[in-house]
Design a protein around this ligand. Structure first.
Ligand SMILES: [Zn+2]
Length: 404
């Protein structure tokens, strides 16, 4: 595939060339210089010059000679995971999580708090402490920091400047990165790279899954990946073509938890009634079963899983999730649906009910339904933080002024 990046003046052109090559190597490690020239539509001279710079700066390393190629074998090129670090964090309702990642998406270190998140200032102080802990980790210390991405539990303005609201934290509109800055400074984190990203936690997780997937990159990125975040709240992140986050006009795209499925139903934290969250959200399940707000849902439900009330509540939540999947399929037609968040660990009555509902719906349709891959991820605790780190990489690679 050739790059479609526009041309510009010399300095900008250099950035574009560099971005195109780093992006090609991110998607397909092991390319030779000649293949890189073919993939990016650049001349071999341009590729040679840019690769030389990238080798010197530690972004790229050379591997083995290619085997089985016609003509003179080229030296394989890969992104280099040894010299840089990306920080990503998620401010959740029940705690904050942070990771340090390499350019290749490997998590070097992780850290978390497990107490409920308080006001913005104390959350920012907790986050700064976690990043400080990561920065001092022996596998992280000494690396060049590219930046910090922060994921938050609410919609974010399309320009990334502010969190619009966080109903499950009770926070108002707020430029959280500005709140965070003095805490990073106070924690001695004065050289955290040039990139700062603020995004919704489901958007961040979706971006990480599409842009920097764990394991080998697929030959083609997912056409449209939807990440469903099922935690205290319910939301979705949508990423098209492996890199473009769909945000809508005001940053509200993917706020599926507040789509209404029961007119006149229970009151939701957002102020409306009958939202999906009132049946499926972690807070609603806890309220319905009288569970302690601090204990992890999985641990609280395990000893009670055979109780009728638990079965009914989880079954109802599963139906709501099934409806959500069907409606998501028909409104946005994702190629891939990844389901994460604390509720994804519950399995059983909730997830089986939802997936059975979805599968039965597709089977009953007249005419063939397009295929959709559904992946339930019980190990999703750090996915939003890792995704926020991936957003830092996207921003660091992109030429100035171009979205990742
Ligand atoms: Zn709502």
């Amino acid at each position: 595939m050739t790059s479609t990046l526009p041309a510009g003046d010399q300095g900008f052109l250099k950035h574009l060339n560099r971005a195109a090559m780093l992006d090609a190597l991110r998607r397909e490690g092991g390319l030779s210089r000649a293949e890189l020239a073919a993939r990016t539509g650049r001349t071999k001279v341009t590729v040679g010059s840019v690769v030389q710079d990238l080798l010197a700066e530690g972004w790229v390393h050379e591997g083995d000679l290619q085997q089985g190629t016609v003509g003179r074998p080229g030296r394989q090129l890969h992104l280099d995971g040894r010299h840089h670090v990306l920080f990503g964090a998620e401010v959740g309702v029940l705690g904050t999580r942070a990771v340090a990642c390499t350019l290749t998406g490997q998590v070097l270190a992780r850290a978390a708090t497990t107490t409920p998140t308080g006001d913005p200032d104390s959350a920012a102080a907790d986050l700064a402490r976690l990043v400080r802990t990561l920065a001092e980790h022996p596998d992280v210390h000494g690396r060049e920091v590219l930046g910090l991405g922060v994921a938050v539990p609410g919609p974010v303005a399309p320009d990334g400047a502010s969190l619009l609201y966080a109903p499950n934290l009770g926070w108002p509109q707020l430029a959280f990165l500005d709140t965070l800055a003095p805490h990073l400074h106070a924690a001695g984190l004065t050289s955290l790279g040039r990139v700062r990203v603020l995004d919704n936690e489901a958007n961040a997780a979706a971006f990480g899954e599409a842009y920097l997937p764990p394991g080998p990159s697929p030959a083609e990125p997912p056409g449209l990946l939807a990440y469903l975040s099922l935690g205290t709240g319910v939301g979705a992140g949508l990423v098209e073509g492996g890199r473009r986050v769909l945000r809508g006009a005001h940053g509200l795209a993917g706020e599926l938890g507040h789509t209404v499925i029961q007119p006149g139903g229970l009151y939701c934290h957002c102020g409306n009634r009958g939202c999906v969250e009132t049946l499926l959200g972690g807070w609603a399940i806890r309220a319905s079963l009288g569970l302690n707000a601090l204990e992890p849902l999985e641990a609280a439900l395990l000893p009670r899983r055979r109780e009728a009330a638990v079965q009914v509540t989880l079954g109802r939540a599963g139906e709501a999730l099934g409806l959500l999947l069907v409606n998501l399929h028909h409104t946005l037609n994702p190629s891939d649906i990844v389901i994460g968040g604390a509720l994804a660990r519950l399995g059983g009555p909730l997830m089986d009910t939802a997936l059975d509902f979805f599968t039965a719906h597709l089977a009953r349709r007249r005419g063939q339904s397009p295929p959709v891959r559904v992946d339930v991820r019980p190990d999703s605790l750090y996915l939003p933080a890792r995704g926020a780190a991936a957003q830092v990489l996207g921003r660091a690679i992109a030429a100035p002024g171009l979205a990742p």
